[in-house]
Design a binder for this molecule. Sequence first.
Ligand SMILES: Nc1ncnc2c1ncn2[C@@H]1O[C@H](COP(=O)(O)OP(=O)(O)OP(=O)(O)O)[C@@H](O)[C@H]1O
Ligand SMILES: [Mg+2]
Length: 243
Amino acid sequence: MIDVEGLTKSYRKGTMVTEVLKGVTFRVSQGEFVAIMGPSGSGKSTLLNILGLLDQPDAGRYRLEGADLSGADDDTLSAARNRKIGFVFQQFHLLERASALRNVTLPLLYAESDSDDGTARAERALEAVGLSQRAHHLPSELSGGEQQRVAIARALINDPAVILADEPTGNLDARSGAEILDTFRRLADAGRTIVLVTHDRGVAERADRILVLEDGRITADETVGRPSRGSAARDGAAAVGPA
Ligand SMILES: Nc1ncnc2c1ncn2[C@@H]1O[C@H](COP(=O)(O)OP(=O)(O)OP(=O)(O)O)[C@@H](O)[C@H]1O
Ligand SMILES: [Mg+2]
């Protein structure tokens, strides 16, 4: 599904160069729920933006569903982004004056979003996140967890192969955060591929697998409950406990 090899990315400010990614390599299979964990500033968002085709690496290869997107032109990248990727962020980014249903149709083309088919798709997406009963509520009439589930439904509307989520529980209390993680779990069990970025080990442990990003590289690749290798894997063994 996702296959990246040797991704590098640096930022330049005047003469100062910050090497953020120094050769990142991993694969994610369809239906896997993967967490990318690492300290603040380790490049998690940079990596997720590259996976989401919002940003390009300086070097390295990126294949998404078998298509090599390294060096693809802008039109190819934006088409792939719209058709294959759904984003969820820490901030929900909902339109305050639009219903949950309307918010979910926003990524559709204008004609589509007003059609019966667009509405039916939005209803199915809300159903997939357990919010059918809230379709006509405004964001201000929803809890934080419900608003984030609307954002997840919006990410699902184009039936993407992959959902990319950057600290999706960062603005939520523990209970609402757990609801969001349950939602991702159900989507993954239904075959959706999920890549979630977090600095929180408790959140990461709800995934099937944890990749640790440190100093620009993946330093550990653990199956949850069965740490495999490296120092981070040892830390993991110490931290693994009842969920
Ligand atoms: N557009 C940019 N221009 C210059 N430097 C940047 C830019 N974006 C990110 N950086 C730098 O790259 C490094 C990695 O940033 P990134 O946002 O990917 O980290 P992160 O792991 O997501 O951190 P956090 O957990 O705080 O969100 C940081 O040192 C940051 O200052
Ligand atoms: Mg970040």
